[in-house]
Design a protein around this ligand. Structure first.
Ligand SMILES: Cc1cc2nc3c(=O)[nH]c(=O)nc-3n(C[C@H](O)[C@H](O)[C@H](O)COP(=O)(O)O)c2cc1C
Length: 228
């Protein structure tokens, strides 16, 4: 069992988000899981340049660490996204990475994975909004939502209560994986405005978003019929 955490904090492996993730990891490791934290701060992740090649050709022409991280997400059983609140949103490091994951949003491939979100803040704004955004991104691709931990921090230090919540989230993740918990993602997606808008986008622009159209058609998401 492999659990991976993508941490968007510039404090990398020393910050509040890292402390929360480490506590989750300790709980997961106690149940025999293998863990890995990727600190985006230490990786080479270029800005998306908006060329759209990921939608038309299926691959991003940029040569940096993004593909390797995405492959690790697809190979993991559990995926944790972590970010502190930075001016009411995720950090630039996390947003840059998420923007580069555009093709994953267009061609969802995380069904059968388990997702959790971790966020830390200093007390200003809506901390839940950041964790909810991170979870929403992963659930949109089919990952089962295990839960989130949002922690108030002072000078990076995280309180024991929040660390215990993180440990519990780690245990919940292992339990969900072991029990193979499922939810009807396709049904949920079909009801959401986002899914309908994406379907319209891909259908109307099928000459441009060729790889998306092919992917959706193969899965019967365009008209409910899979090609024979
Ligand atoms: C540029 C910047 C913007 C921030 N914006 C907010 C904010 O809007 N609300 C808040 O509560 N904390 C804000 N913080 C504080 C961080 O969220 C907080 O220190 C957090 O614990 C850092 O987590 P980390 O150690 O994992 O990086 C900000 C910090 C920085 C440096």
């Amino acid at each position: 069992m492999k659990i991976i955490a993508i941490n968007g904090s510039p404090h990398g492996k020393r910050g509040s988000c890292a402390q929360l993730v480490q506590r989750m990891f300790a709980a997961c490791e106690a149940q025999g899981a293998e863990t890995e934290m990727i600190a985006l701060q230490r990786r080479r992740i270029n800005f998306c340049v908006g060329c759209g090649k990921c939608l038309s050709e299926g691959v991003c022409p940029q040569k940096d660490d993004v593909l390797e991280i995405q492959d690790k997400m697809r190979a993991a059983d559990g995926i944790i996204f972590a970010s502190p609140v930075y001016v009411m949103h995720v950090t630039g490091q996390m947003k840059t990475f998420i923007d580069r994951c555009l093709p994953m949003g267009h061609r969802p491939s995380l069904q059968g994975k388990y997702a959790a979100a971790v966020s830390a803040y200093a007390g200003i704004g809506n901390i839940d909004a950041v964790a909810d955004y991170l979870l929403h991104f992963l659930v949109g691709q089919g990952a089962y939502p295990v839960g989130k931990v949002c922690a108030f921090t002072t000078n990076i230090a995280v309180g024991e209560q929040d660390l215990e919540k993180a440990a519990q989230l780690g245990r919940d993740m292992i339990e969900a994986i072991r029990q193979k918990k499922t939810f009807n993602w396709e049904k949920l997606r079909e009801k959401t405005k986002e899914f309908k808008e994406m379907k319209e986008f891909i259908t109307e622009r099928k000459d441009f978003a060729r790889e998306d159209y092919k992917y959706w058609q193969e899965r019967g998401w365009i008209d409910g019929k899979k090609p024979s």
